[in-house]
Design a protein. Structure first.
Length: 104
């Protein structure tokens, strides 16, 4: 599950989890400045954190705890929370919190 937010300047960030057969779930984000072309994430994709394990039990859902929010103090910093694994297991995910901002 992804999560999106927009700061006071109109910049947007989308946080998400990425994985495939060759990588453990990673916490990433992509975004666009208000001045970027519409329908693009022109600021590219960045890594907040690379997990060190994967979920082996397919009965458990993934990504329910994804949240992108704007810092209420400055209305410019994005805060993102997402699940990850320290080690491969059936159910023992953790939550990572990261923050960033875009500089036009």
């Amino acid at each position: 599950m992804g999560s999106v937010a927009m700061d006071r300047l109109g910049n947007m960030a989308l946080g998400f989890s990425a994985s495939d057969a060759t990588i453990h779930p990673q916490i990433r984000y992509a975004g666009r400045l208000v001045t970027d072309p519409l329908n693009t994430l022109a600021q590219g994709e960045a890594h907040l954190f690379d997990g060190a394990g994967s979920q082996t039990d397919t009965a458990n859902r993934w990504g329910d705890y994804s949240s992108m929010a704007i810092d209420p103090v400055d209305d410019c910093h994005f805060w993102y929370t997402q699940e990850y694994y320290d080690t491969t297991s059936s159910f023992n995910w953790r939550t990572r919190i990261g923050n960033f901002m875009f500089h036009p």
